[in-house]
Design a protein around this ligand. Structure first.
Ligand code: PLP
Ligand code: MN
Length: 336
């Protein structure tokens, strides 16, 4: 199939860029040193490629992702790096033969794991991002309570999400060490063999963790590229120019592509049109000016600023080599 035959907007994944990203990361963090986060792509076929590069344990953000990974035969070691108050669906996944570990940061989430039939947990530690995670000083007591309740405590996790996009890499590294020091202090009280954390932005500097939870590295986005990450931009949104307006006096010309707020996660800013200047997005429109003005009917490949929420808006992604569509993958881990 040719990309011109795709209905736009359509998610494209450059096959060579994806493969290079997976290979580069696997060289740096081989096998179990990386626990790829599937929330960044929500696609079991892409996870299968990561498994082919040697990573057989995965990180998930939702119960639905855990279910979908297990159903796809990728359930050897799934970590739900998130808190749940109803773990019954996770217990059902355990019952189907997959290995599931869930994060806990409170008596309530501990109880949910027990009641839901999940047997293995990590104590989620607050390392500085004001989100989930128990205070480091209280982690040991939660681990004791979990063991007393019959759970296996595999170790700790802590996510330094507030640092991932810091422009200054030296500062990012310094602050990451502060975070991992908190995590290691908690680990000393909790025990277990797992110290899990990190992301694409800190994958090379978070050396204290036994495993890194990076996800965005596979497809990438402009925000991570701007932060200096060494991975290639594999993801674009193919769109069609549906209207153009020629320059008129002082008013420059512009073009309108058929991919707007409903095709891009926008919390990291506007998407980027190569060779163009994006003015704004509305629901189904992206308005841009370009040095070489496009014509109505032209197709443009637009680069998202934030990979995860962009992918989650699309039902499928197309693996391409130039203008050739090699494969089409369902974004099958969407929804809750
Ligand atoms: N771990 C957790 C718990 C996360 O929430 C995230 C992303 O938000 C990550 C790891 C890392 O993801 P990324 O590689 O996309 O930065
Ligand atoms: Mn993200």
């Amino acid at each position: 199939m040719h990309v011109d035959d795709l209905t736009t907007p359509a998610l494209l994944v450059d096959a060579a860029a994806l493969e290079a990203n997976l290979a580069d990361m696997a060289a740096l963090l081989p096998g179990p040193r990386l626990r790829p986060h599937v929330k960044a792509h929500k696609t079991t076929e892409l996870a299968r490629r990561q498994a082919a590069h040697g990573h057989t344990g995965f990180t998930c953000a939702t119960v639905r992702e855990v279910e979908g990974m297990a159903a796809a035969g990728l359930g050897a070691d799934l970590l739900l790096a998130n808190e749940v108050l109803d773990a019954r669906r996770l217990g059902a996944v355990v019952g189907s033969g997959a290995r599931v570990t869930v994060a806990i940061d409170s008596e309530q989430t501990l109880r949910a794991a027990v009641d839901g039939g999940v047997r293995e947990v990590l104590v989620d530690v607050n390392v500085g991002l004001p989100r989930c995670g128990i205070a480091p000083a209280r982690a040991g007591a939660l681990a004791d309570a979990a063991r007393a309740a019959g759970l296996v405590v595999r170790g700790v996790m802590g996510y330094e999400g507030h640092l991932q996009m810091l422009d200054d890499a030296a500062e990012r590294a310094r602050l990451t060490t502060e975070c991992t020091d908190r995590l290691l202090a908690a680990h000393a009280d909790v025990g277990g063999e797992v110290v899990s954390g990190g992301g694409t932005g800190t994958h090379a500097m978070n050396t204290a963790c036994t495993e890194i939870q990076a996800g965005s590295y596979a497809l990438m986005d402009t925000a991570y590229t701007a932060a200096g990450l060494p991975f290639r931009q594999a993801l674009t949104v193919l769109s069609t120019v549906v209207s153009t307006t020629a320059p008129d006096g002082d008013m420059p010309g512009w073009a309108v592509a058929d991919a707007g707020l409903k095709a891009f996660g926008m919390d990291h800013g506007n998407p980027t049109v190569p060779g163009g200047n994006v003015w704004f997005c509305s629901d189904e429109h992206l308005v841009f000016a370009a040095d070489a003005p496009p014509r109505t009917g032209d197709r443009v490949r637009i680069v998202p600023a934030h990979v995860d929420p962009t992918v989650a808006l699309h039902e499928r992604m197309h693996l391409v080599d130039g203008d050739e569509v090699l494969e089409t993958w369902a974004v099958d881990l969407r929804g809750w």
